[in-house]
Design a binder for this molecule. Structure first.
Ligand code: GLN
Length: 579
């Protein structure tokens, strides 16, 4: 097993997963581990506004959004164990201590925590992650945070020891750094200092990858080489490009794989002709994709109506899925970020400008998307945007909360269920159970006899971490759903498996009434009790999914609900399916 460690705080700038992708194009099997030095066991309890999107895996693990980047680039399926946190390591060590496994020894950060980290990496790196079912050849281990932080110290020390555990031929280190340009001059000091810190802790980079707006000038490269103890050809740059999809090509030109192959003696691995051919085909597809990207002239405008729009990372997988689909439909993607509260009449009193701007974005969009979310804030704005999409036949995609919003909108405005409580109850329950906003306690009303969106019976009301309905689950297309556009997009299959993350669901008691009025639940869970997909027949594209299809979208294989949405918004849905 070959390990490629990636350290440095600015790695997102070079495109996560790119190095792994390049290994794959050489026919190697690649896995990835992300280390997050925070105390949380997992990302599930973190606010999206603080840490960006919570990514969900097949096994229901709620993990850092970087795992999503790795899954997408490497086309692999990772496990919750591929995301290591301080919380996970400490709880494992403490559990063993309570069992008496340390046989009377004093349990310490070195060696017990550092050993636990190394054991974890070695074990998880070997888990098969693709359809071959075989052990990977290479594992990329990304160290989050900054080297030199108190938090990351045990991990840095563990990696220092790890190079001896696995041997020098199986261990390479890439340090990613930023080269700022100040008054036209490329500054190398931050890189020098970072690498000095790293070396002081016993780790030597084999490659220094620099993020910079421009190509590195020769004196810059020479200086970094001189002060960072690497040859000039070990200093690589990722400068600004027309898209991140071009980064693999740029790094390939700079011979990153050859550099790492030399260090890791990759020629000793036997890669058979079929694997080589698959790798070459992948590379070919990738190059075609970048060519397509450079030749897109028409655009598609999507209004994303959400409540975490101030931090775009909150919607990372949603954005990626839209990008994948736009690439497939050969459209330049323009996303208008609409903060849902700006659409509410109350907002008009505070800021007329924001209110009109937000409505302008919604009214002029080719498609309207309401993504997942928690809590009461913004839900009235989302309902209003959904109404606009339904009435004006603008393509609508509602994800998770977006499906629930569509149900409330329909019940209110088509069925004429005037009971305001439906909405109040939904949103205040959401609020009370997510603790993301203040004053939640005040908002909890007396529970109504029969709300439209209900709390799922099996979900814990006292523990937030890891207790939602999570992970890969089947959705069965119902009889008489052959007309469903989404079903056609999925290839007419009987069932699909997608990833979930929710606490609430559509109350099945309302389903007959909703369906009679035209809102059809074409997909349900395997017991037929949970509403998974809704669709309006008499609309160009009005789809809601209780699951999150964005977690399984791939660059070269876009998620179907998103693909249909972008195609419908571009006016080309008829090119993909029979309408
Ligand atoms: N808050 C809603 C629920 O818990 C929707 C969740 C989501 O959008 N991920 O069901």
């Amino acid at each position: 097993m070959k390990f490629v460690i990636v350290s440095g705080g600015v790695i997102s700038g070079i495109g996560k997963g790119v190095i792994g992708l390049l290994f794959k194009t050489r026919g190697l099997r690649v896995s990835a581990i992300k280390i997050d030095p925070y105390m949380n066991i997992d990302a599930g309890t973190m606010s999206p506004l603080e840490h960006g999107e919570v990514f969900v895996l097949d096994d229901g693990g709620e993990v850092d959004l970087d795992l999503g980047n790795y899954e997408r680039y490497l086309n692999v399926t990772l496990t919750r164990e591929n995301n290591i946190t301080t919380g996970k390591i400490y709880s494992a060590v403490i559990e063993r201590e309570r069992k008496g496994d340390y046989l009377g020894k004093t349990v310490q950060v070195v060696p017990h925590i550092t050993n636990a980290i190394q054991d974890w990496i070695e074990r998880v790196a070997r888990i098969p992650v693709d359809s071959s079912g075989e052990e990977p050849d290479v594992c990329i281990v990304e160290l989050g945070g900054t080297v030199g932080d108190i938090e990351s110290a045990p991990f840095v020390e563990a990696l220092r020891q790890f190079q001896f555990r696995v041997g020098p031929d199986n261990f390479a280190l890439i340090h990613v750094s930023l080269v700022p340009v100040v008054n036209g001059e490329q500054k190398t000091k931050p890189t020098q200092v970072a690498v000095r810190d790293l070396r002081g802790l016993g780790l030597m980079p084999d490659i220094v990858a620099c993020r910079c707006t421009h190509k590195l000038e020769k004196p810059t490269t020479d200086k970094i080489s001189m002060f960072c103890h690497v040859g000039p050809d070990q200093v690589l740059v990722v400068h600004d490009l027309s898209s991140i999809y071009h980064v693999p090509l740029l790094l390939d030109q700079q011979k990153i794989v050859e550099q790492l192959s030399k260090k890791l003696k990759l020629d000793t691995l036997s890669v058979g002709p079929p694997a080589l051919a698959t790798g070459a085909a992948l590379w070919n597809d990738w190059r075609n994709l970048t060519n397509t990207h450079d030749r897109m002239f028409e655009s598609v405008n999507i209004a994303l109506v959400g409540k975490y729009t101030h931090l775009k990372d909150s919607y990372m997988s949603v954005i990626k899925s839209l990008e994948h689909s736009a690439l497939r439909c050969q459209r330049k993607l323009n996303i208008s970020w609409v903060e849902a509260t700006d659409l509410e009449p109350d907002a008009a009193e505070n800021s007329r400008v924001n209110f009109h701007k937000a409505w302008h974005e919604v009214c002029s969009a080719d498609g309207i998307l309401v993504p997942g979310g928690f809590g009461v804030r913004g839900t009235e704005g989302m309902i209003a945007a959904c109404k606009w999409a339904r009435e004006n036949k603008v393509p609508y995609l509602g994800i998770c909360l977006g499906l629930q919003i569509a149900v409330i909108e329909y019940a209110r405005n088509v069925l004429g269920i005037k009971d305001q409580a439906i909405v109040d109850i939904l949103v205040s329950l959401l609020e009370a159970n997510t603790h993301l906003d203040a004053h939640s306690e005040e908002l909890v009303p007396e529970p109504p006899a029969n709300p439209l969106i209900v709390f799922m019976p099996e979900v814990s009301k006292t523990h937030l971490g890891g207790t939602m309905r999570l992970g890969l689950r089947p959705t069965i297309f119902q009889d008489d759903s052959e007309w469903s556009k989404l079903r056609k997009l999925y290839g007419g299959v009987e069932a699909v498996h997608e990833r979930h993350r929710h606490r609430y669901e559509v109350n099945p008691e309302f389903v007959p009434e909703l369906e009679k009025a035209g809102l059809t639940f074409v997909g349900k869970d395997d017991k037929g009790e949970r509403m998974e997909i809704l669709e309006l027949k008499s609309h160009p594209y009005f789809v809601g999914t209780q699951y999150h299809p964005e977690y399984l979208s791939r660059v070269l294989n876009p998620s179907k609900p998103y693909l249909g949405f972008i195609a419908a918004s571009s006016g080309t849905l008829g090119d993909i399916i029979d309408l």
